[in-house]
Write a protein that binds this ligand. Structure first.
Ligand SMILES: [Zn+2]
Length: 193
């Protein structure tokens, strides 16, 4: 029969960034927690999952559609910052200086089977809304660079300004990694492509 503790360890171990040792430590921590706190944790996970959807405009994960950013009258709707992942939106929002809207691709477009579909949706949105600038904020990587080239080539004929953020940081790093000031400077010093 399955061992419940081993099951818990295995499930935790499948989460990103949780190695064997951490999974084991968390599993025993959870087992020793007060039952009410365990219920609170289970409910929080379950509620977050069932109340999350994708914004029909920007594809960000949200509990309301359109999301808070797309519905805000205070945001500059003619500037779109394109990111690979919802957590990148969080990083840029936390940094606090960007006031445009976003478009979330949900992963790499170059190596993804539905990459073309994602790009089509982005291009349609750029065409339908009155966009003056598209900022490509991909993590510095080979596929990120390839995505920048690909999208900027597609948008060139439209005459819309396309820029990429200026990281000056090594390839393979992740936006999570940067402090708020670095992100703000990267956006401020963006270069046209
Ligand atoms: Zn949205």
């Amino acid at each position: 029969m399955d061992n419940p503790i081993e099951n818990l360890v295995n499930e935790l171990n499948r989460l990103p960034g949780i190695g064997d040792k951490t999974a084991r430590r968390l599993a025993y921590y959870i087992i020793n927690m007060d039952p009410n706190r365990v219920n609170g944790l289970v409910n929080a996970i379950s509620n977050a999952k069932s109340n999350s959807k994708l914004c029909s405009i920007c594809n960000n994960i949200t509990d309301s559609d359109p999301c808070e950013i797309c519905s805000s009258s205070l945001r500059e709707k003619d500037i779109i910052c394109v990111v690979e992942n919802p957590k990148d939106v969080l990083s840029i929002e936390k940094a606090g200086r960007y006031n445009g809207v976003y478009h979330v691709l949900h992963g790499d477009i170059i190596n993804s089977p539905d990459g073309d579909q994602k790009i089509k949706k982005l291009i349609e949105r750029i065409r339908d809304e009155n966009i003056s600038e598209v900022i490509l904020a991909f993590n510095p990587s080979i596929s990120g660079e390839a995505s920048i080239t690909y999208i900027s080539e597609l948008l060139k004929p439209s005459g819309i300004k396309v820029s990429k953020i200026a990281y000056g940081l090594p390839f393979g790093s992740d936006m999570d990694f940067y402090d708020d000031q670095t992100i703000n400077i990267a956006i401020l010093n963006r270069t046209e492509v």
